[in-house]
Ligand binder design. Sequence first.
Ligand code: SF4
Length: 434
Amino acid sequence: MSYTTQMDAARKGIITEELKSVAIYENMEVQELLNLVGEGKVVIPANKNHTSLKPYGIGKKLKTKINVNLGTSKDCLDTNIEMEKVMNAVNLGAEAIMDLSSFGDTQTFRRKLIYECPAMIGTVPIYDAVVYYDKPLKKITAKEWLDIVRMHAEDGVDFLTLHCGVNKHTAERFKKSNRLTNIVSRGGSIIFAWMELTGNENPFYEYYDEILDICAKHDVTISLGDACRPGSIADAGDVSQIEELVTLGELTTQAWERNVQVMIEGPGHMPLNQIKANMEIEETVCKGAPFYVLGPLVTDVAPGYDHITAAIGGAIAATYGASFLCYVTPAEHLRLPTVEDVKEGIIASKIAAHAADIAKGVKGATDWDNEISKARRDLDWEKMFDLAIDSEKARRYRTESKPENEDTCTMCGKMCAVRNINKILKGEDVDIMD
Ligand code: SF4
């Protein structure tokens, strides 16, 4: 029996190699996963042309996944550095890479990435169209926007962020809304500007059926972009955001009618107390399609530390329903991230994802914690380093600060509670001041 997409296969009861591999990784029954993929509650982004892919599932009951944004810009055009970030990201456990290149020979870099990288690859064709056509924005035609979508699908991209939800109606609402930070989505701002300049409807909305044809053919998962995601906590949960979300819910149903897999992008900046409700609204409006959050950043005041503001929000969001976290680096709002910025962003995001997996009871999530806690109890430093989310940093910190006694650290020395309790429980003397 043949199939187009993973969703189509699941609905026909076909167990694909990708589905089998995801079920093993998640320690889940194949039939349970098959049902979730068929219902759209789990996606397996796996373009048929991405032959080096290690497939992952994103969605309900699965481990929370993280995405790492990379790519060249006009000011930072070194593709070797970007490839170094890619391989570091994969080694640190990122399941997805989004290539957001906005300058240079983007197709060569994208193809190299797809050829070499086992992570899921995502792109935003809107940025690339502007680079590719290299002409005034208003001169790009609707057909040309769609041709870029087709090109990325043919190149092997596993998921595409498409800002289909900001149609004329949403745009009018936005213009009347008096938002503090307007539109902060790069793709959203470009397509909104194009709509204003040409007077035309958003081509990703108007020609959504053609986009579905392309995505069905290559099994590209659509990541429905949130052009109106709040860019400040003042704008969180406002009419523009919710209006667009309702449209995304409608587009989700249309995609599912064609067996196209869908994720929904989410905020953005959002106060802690709004995150749970926002996840629940998304779940209802978009019928359980996996939610992919860009943060959320829980305060606006921490440039230089936004990997932390995003990890706090990401942990809460994933606890209450988000399945996929887009990492944020300390460079957010400031510059293109360096290799070190990327590492810090990934670690923060992995912590958020794992913390949420513990909270929502993902199968086996606490095993890792229990293992490292045993090593900590036994003062088994090597094992702790091996199990640490950032082994290199944990090892370096201990090496840089040598204790007098090997079975303590320089924090408490011989007052080490762990060491002394171990000794007492073994019936040994405790030599604090000796
Ligand atoms: S010395 Fe203090 S901080 Fe260090 S391992 Fe022992 S109890 Fe923990």
